[in-house]
Design a protein around this ligand. Sequence first.
Ligand code: DX5
Ligand code: ZN
Length: 224
Amino acid sequence: MIELAPSILSADFARLGEQVSAAALGGGTVIHVDIMDGHFVPNLTLGPPVVKSLRKTTDLPLDCHLMIENPDQYIPEFAAAGANWISVHQEVCPHLNRTLHLIKSHDCQAGVVINPATPVETLSEVLDIVDYVLVMSVNPGFGAQKFIPGTLTKVRRLVDLRAEKGFDYRIEIDGGVALDTVAEVVRAGAEILVAGNAVFGHGDPKINAAQLLKAAVEATLLKV
Ligand code: DX5
Ligand code: ZN
């Protein structure tokens, strides 16, 4: 099943509740929340108080993508603020197994993220415990960047590994997903589509989300 996860990074933060509702009306079923610390990535965004406010405005799952160093220190706070899914970057977690179990211990879905330059093989020892794998299709830090097509090889690899080994993670993709890239993304096997600029960057988020989801579903139907 394909799910659209609108990323609030490109939303109008002064009208966040309203924008999230519009994206949900357009078919978004997960709200993607980008947390950046100015160290792991060269940008700053938001923290648990904003997640707490968002929690009051939507019943949809909040997917917190932690682009921060030392995520263990903040996972309990994000979970308490209302995060439902929490993902951490492989590149900053020397004790990845422990970190993923920490997320699960707070009753959140646990995800692991890989940057464009990080191979799928670095996840071989955790693929049996993660709920989802997030493949970055841009270098993290900013919205509205250009999609990196080579990252789809990793999505295909994750599809194959799941079938071969009987894993049950879902595959999420993040960065540059838009009307001109969504078909190849879905055909590669991505199931949770993060989209920021394509949903919130212009016009009406409800219409944008609906169009993107429609294009994604059509691409799935053509896959066979
Ligand atoms: C980038 C973030 C993304 C970002 C995607 O570091 O992780 O979630 O919002 O934005 P678009 O869809 O505009 O590429
Ligand atoms: Zn993200």
